[in-house]
Design a protein around this ligand. Structure first.
Ligand code: HEM
Length: 534
């Protein structure tokens, strides 16, 4: 063997050994990282994280390894924060370095061209958040109270007439409110199409398809193995699905919704809605961004609010004794001649506590929306490297037995005894806890928080005032149909799986008031019914 071939041979051996060593280290947890479940070579903890209810697994691990745990997914690191202290320190206080999002190849290259407000990186999110704040800032949201009140009256009336349809109705109102603010028109029914062909049903169909597509397993792990991007379309089913979804979303957000507003402005007409000002102020970089700003408001606002309202119905069905307490309060403060309004909430502490407990008991984004760190951070002697996916385990924070008595129990009373629903004696200091963990953290905290809170408070107060809730009786067996308190559908936004229940008016006086109030709000809502075909 010549000297040259010996050198080449030796080099090949070295490269192979280095490669083998690197591969054997892939998926391994470095000692400086937060602790976590044992890793496997190469894949790390990939197969330990269940695709369904991952937040429960993280909570279980946190009992074994401590409140801050890490998981390895091939070469990437994920850190899960399971208590209030670590979320407030790392995500709230140090939000300058924890407000990025992990890149998603499918979203940026195929679907939204990096325009989805929830998924954009930290720097682009600054512009998007500025645009959203022109509609959703705390000082703006009182403007929407008359609309929220009127739509809630419609919902009470629709449930009164068709109680079995409560699931669709709660989805309708949540979507209709976002639609009205953004595009200046309402959606009076779930399935009906308006003049441009928009329907709530179709909107949820497309939004759910997008959510499911981004879930682990729906497409190959392209962000971890970029080489998979180059697999020809004939062998990669996901490419065809992604292209179809992009077409559907562009048709809905760009052609239909944005197109309608632009056409109106070209004719010098105006509904005075937020998207008109987004177009006129021209802050968004291009039309695609404008379309996603509008569509994103609908997406971020509809499924979330409706999931909380559906969770409320579930809690009300399972806890009639708590409903009775709220009704006693409502009868004393409001009576039956009118339904409660937002202004009454000041005098309705039990109803407010009911809302807070619904959101604590079953948070609808139990594992939040993951952030990504942009620089190394140390926390209690552990390293959280730049590029770590940071998960706020909202479920664990709100079910922490060190903070909450009997966290699994539905007990609005805990919020009467303590501002944050914590154990007696724990401080009521805003530096140690807050009631908004369900809305995320730091610089990426939900932009619709104030608006959503008002919708939920008004709706919950009105529903508690109007209806009794209970189990449905099976007409064949004469027995109540059981309802589970833990049957929530998978996905990062979760809601109770459809369930049967009985929702009945509390009496004739309440029914009469609902019908009367419907007449009062109808003219106000009519202004948002332009362009709605029969
Ligand atoms: C109860 C209802 C709602 C809940 C529980 C909720 C929860 C959340 C959560 C957990 C996030 C991610 C925060 C983070 O990354 O830390 C988020 C983001 C967001 N939410 Fe909400 N949300 C609700 C309603 C709404 C509504 C009604 C709107 C608009 C009308 C809205 C608009 C947004 C937007 C635009 C973002 C993206 C913020 C960003 O990534 O910078 N949300 N929401």
């Amino acid at each position: 063997m010549s000297l040259i071939s010996t050198v080449i041979y030796a080099a090949i051996v070295v490269v192979a050994l280095v490669g083998a060593y690197r591969l054997s280290q892939t998926g391994k947890r470095d000692k400086v990282l937060p602790p976590g479940p044992p890793t496997r070579p190469v894949v790390g903890n990939l197969f330990d994280i269940p695709p369904r209810y991952a937040h429960l697994k993280f909570t279980e691990w946190s009992k074994q390894y401590g409140p801050v745990i890490s998981c390895k997914l091939f070469g990437s690191t994920m850190v899960v924060l399971n208590d209030a202290g670590s979320v407030m320190e790392l995500m709230d206080k140090r939000s300058g370095s924890s407000s990025d999002r992990a890149p998603s190849y499918i979203n940026s290259e195929f679907i939204s061209a990096n325009n989805h407000p929830l998924l954009v990186g930290a720097s682009r999110s600054v512009l998007m958040r500025k645009i959203y704040n022109t509609a959703l800032a705390q000082r703006r949201v009182p403007d929407y109270l008359p609309l929220q009140n009127a739509e809630s009256v419609v919902t009470m009336r629709n449930i009164l007439h068709d109680p079995e349809n409560f699931y669709e109705e709660l989805r309708r109102i949540s979507c209709s409110l976002a639609l009205t603010i953004a595009f200046g028109k309402r959606a009076p029914t779930f399935s009906g199409k308006d003049a441009i062909g928009f329907s709530v049903e179709h909107f949820y169909h497309v939004a759910h398809a997008f959510n499911f597509f981004l879930e682990v397993g729906a497409a190959p792990p392209l962000d971890m193995f970029p080489i998979l991007k180059y697999v020809p379309a004939a062998f990669a089913e996901w490419k065809g699905q992604a292209i179809k979804l992009r077409q559907q979303m562009q048709q809905l957000y760009h052609t239909m919704l944005l197109g309608e507003v632009k056409e109106r402005l070209q004719k010098s007409q105006s509904y005075g809605c937020w998207m008109e000002s987004v177009i006129q102020r021209n802050e968004a970089s291009d039309d695609m961004m404008k379309a996603w700003v509008g569509g994103g408001m609908m997406e971020a606002g509809s499924d979330t609010t409706s999931s909380v309202l559906l969770t409320f119905v579930l809690a009300a069905v399972l806890h009639p004794e708590k409903v009775s307490k709220a009704q006693a309060e409502l009868d004393a403060v409001v009576g039956s001649d009118r339904s409660p309004k937002f202004e009454d909430l000041e005098s309705l502490p039990y109803c407010r506590a009911f809302v807070l407990e619904v959101m604590r008991w079953r948070p609808i984004l139990p594992a939040g929306v993951p952030h990504m760190t942009s620089k190394d951070e140390m926390y209690n002697g552990m390293l959280i490297p730049a590029g770590t996916v940071l998960v706020q385990n909202t479920w664990a924070v709100l079910h922490d037995p060190a903070m909450h008595d009997d966290p699994e129990l539905f007990m609005p009373e805990r919020f009467l005894e303590h501002k944050y629903g914590l154990k007696k004696g724990l401080p009521e200091d805003p530096a140690t806890f807050r009631n908004t963990f369900g809305y995320g953290a730091g610089r990426r905290i939900c932009l619709g928080l104030y608006f959503a809170e008002n919708t939920i408070k008004v709706m919950v107060a009105k529903m508690l005032w109007a209806f009794n809730f209970g189990l449905k009786i099976d007409t064949k067996t004469g027995k109540p149909i059981p309802v589970r308190d833990d049957d929530f559908h998978p996905g990062h936004i979760t809601a109770p799986e459809p369930f049967k229940c009985s929702i009945t008016p509390r009496g004739d006086a309440y029914t009469r008031t609902i019908e009367e109030e419907l007449k009062e709000v109808t003219p106000m809502l009519a202004q948002y019914e332009r362009g709605i075909s029969a």
